[in-house]
Design a protein. Structure first.
Lengths: 67, 556
């Protein structure tokens, strides 16, 4: 029975939570600013990944019929 | 692997929960930025050819295998009749081998386009492969399509569906490395936002004894609303995307009917194509065409897992007894409302939200799981409990704090990225850069695909790890007939001349005629039943002689 329990799916986020060192809860404003910083970093990265000339790239993406 | 209650025969799955024989099909969007006018069918064939070249390098003797069309029946309708070939739309005739000859391509897309693209190579391009993981990779209309091998549970479908994205990535890399070919991008999405949609289909095996009317009644309210957990998000509204704004589903605006046989025109919420690809008097294969292609593993897991649960409810006669008034309009109204407050009218007069309907199905499925015992944490089937828990927690978040579901529900993840751009740069919904974010979300290349950029920053939850997906690229599932198909291809590829969902055909020197091995029972041909045979025999001849009970080869 114990072996079967181990077969239960375990998501990565659960594992990450278990591994994370305990930190004191941040103040709400600090959490918000950390989240904003995270989004800014993400957008900065994506700026560098996006195809150049968005308008032309999107316009040229034309597909033939499908199911 | 799955716990198997004692006394359950090896060709039966536990009933009442999320376990079921199922598979996915993904048609990838295809685009060559440096050759925008390139013929889509030809490019798709190049993609298949690229994978054939890769697998030839991987497996001695070549792992490519031709598809066998003997049992394809695309015009059989689950409601009990067959469409005349002459009355069918040409795109429905999927049972003829698509030998890519120049004439066929020219007829479909115009001779000039073909000549501009170099028609000479067409005769030599492969259109159709069976892979060592049991999947099929082929040209479907004007898109490359990966059809996963049959699996028995929603975790495995996530792994083998994501394996298809790695196969697609490998072909993109292979083509890009060829200096003579324009680079080709593949996108796991469902529309070009210019009126064209292409599918991501699900297949579920059901007992034929379940009346089709029960399936239609039981599934329709669920299909109208499940997009809130598994929609992939789309910028623009209407089939051509010209109305600005963001909506939950890629596919919703392309559906025009409630029930029907077509998949390319007048698309129906419930598709009636009835090709069981298995013993026809025992099974039907429910062909679901309404879903979005998912990169988010949690959305994909819930898409298959909750649908499997609802099919179990229908089989048990315990689906919620509700009927949505005007379901096609409801489907679109729900997709167009990211606040999740839009309501649809039930025939009993109540007005309810998508979440209300999802909760009705959840409650019924949780009850059935308890009654049958499949959701028990110790003696259950090892899957149903997890699907129910994730379904419940996702619905809870969507009702209380939708932003909290942005790491799991795909449309919310995409919307969070678009909102980030809108807030930072003050962009309107119809800004081309947002259109590019929507498109590039689904690029299969991890350095370009924005889903993958989110994943690499731990902003997306996962169900299976990378090693599991990589293994699923080359290994078939162990617990369905896909094991037999995949192992035949990877072990005896040069002696396999054709394969399909329900057969493998050998041409073995020394055994006179072609040998067609039927695999009509989806839960046979498993590792438990045939693994020993593959381990024992190094040659196709010896393998086949034992499998078919033929006389041993005469001594040389």
């Amino acid at each position: 029975m114990a072996a079967q329990e181990q077969q239960q799916p375990q998501s990565r986020d659960v594992e990450a939570e278990a591994d994370a060192p305990e930190a004191p809860p941040a103040a709400p404003e600090a959490q918000a600013s950390v989240a904003t910083q995270g989004v800014d970093d993400l957008l900065d990265e994506i700026d560098g990944v996006l195809e150049s000339n968005a308008e032309e790239f999107v316009r040229a993406f034309v597909q033939k019929g499908g199911q | 692997m799955t716990a198997r209650p004692e006394g359950l025969p090896s060709d039966k799955l536990p009933v009442g929960g999320a376990m079921r024989v199922m598979g996915s099909e993904t048609e990838y969007g295809i685009h060559a930025p440096s050759a925008p006018g390139a013929n889509a069918t030809m490019m798709s064939a190049r993609i298949i050819q690229a994978y054939a070249n890769l697998t030839r390098q991987r497996a001695a003797g070549g792992a490519e295998t031709r598809w066998d069309y003997t049992d394809e029946e695309p015009l059989h309708d689950a409601r009990g009749w067959t469409v005349e070939r002459s009355a069918a739309d040409p795109s429905q005739l999927t049972d003829r081998p698509p030998v890519l000859d120049a004439e066929a391509v020219a007829l479909a897309y115009g001779r000039q386009e073909l000549e501009a693209d170099g028609g000479d190579e067409s005769g030599s391009l492969l259109m159709n492969m069976v892979l060592g993981n049991g999947a099929r990779l082929y040209v479907d209309h004007a898109h490359p399509e990966y059809s996963s091998p049959e699996v028995t549970n929603p975790r495995d479908i996530v792994a083998w569906d994501a394996a298809g994205d790695l196969v697609a990535l490998a072909t993109v890399r292979k083509v890009a490395a060829d200096p003579d070919l324009p680079a080709i991008n593949l996108y796991k999405n469902n529309t070009d936002n210019k009126s064209v949609s292409y599918g991501s289909h699900e297949n579920y095996l059901m007992p034929r004894s379940v009346p089709f009317g029960d399936i239609v009644r039981g599934l329709t309210p669920f299909f109208v609303t499940r997009q809130v957990i598994c929609g992939a998000g789309r910028l623009g509204k209407g089939q051509d995307g010209s109305t600005s704004g963001f909506q939950i589903s890629q596919r919703a605006d392309f559906f025009e009917a409630e029930v029907g046989l077509e998949t390319t025109i007048r698309r129906p919420i419930i598709n009636t194509r009835d090709e069981p690809h298995a013993t026809a008097d025992k099974y039907r294969r429910l062909h679901v065409i309404i879903g979005d292609a998912n990169l988010s593993q949690v959305s994909n897991y819930l898409k298959f897992g909750t649908t499997a649960l609802v099919l179990s409810l229908i089989e048990a006669g315990q689906a919620p007894k509700i009927e949505v008034h005007e379901p096609v309009a409801g489907l679109q109204a729900i997709s167009h409302d990211t606040s999740l407050t839009a309501t649809v009218r039930l025939l009993d007069g109540r007005r309810v939200t998508a979440l209300d309907i999802q909760w009705m199905y959840y409650e019924a499925a949780a009850k059935l799981g308890q009654e049958t015992g499949v959701s028990d944490s110790f003696s259950g089937d090892g899957h149903t409990r997890d699907v129910l828990e994730r379904w419940e927690s996702t619905l809870g978040l969507l009702g209380s704090n939708p932003a909290g579901a942005a790491s799991s529900v795909e449309w919310l993840a995409k919307m969070s990225l678009l909102d980030g751009y809108r807030n930072r740069d003050g962009l309107e919904w119809n800004d081309a850069r947002l259109g590019l974010v929507d498109l590039q979300w689904s690029d299969v290349r991890p350095e370009k695909g924005l889903y993958y950029r989110m994943l690499s920053r731990d902003r997306m939850q996962t169900i299976v790890d990378d090693a599991t997906i990589s293994r699923a690229v080359v290994e078939p599932p162990s617990d369905t007939r896909a094991f037999f198909r995949g192992k035949c291809v990877s072990s005896f590829g040069k002696d396999v001349v054709g394969a399909s969902w329900d057969s493998v055909i050998f041409d073995v020197p020394g055994i006179g005629k072609l040998q067609r091995v039927p695999t009509r029972e989806p839960l046979r041909g498993t590792e438990a039943l045939t693994g020993q045979l593959f381990r024992k025999h190094a040659t196709a001849g010896a393998f086949l002689r034992e499998l078919l009970g033929l006389d041993p080869a005469p001594p040389a």
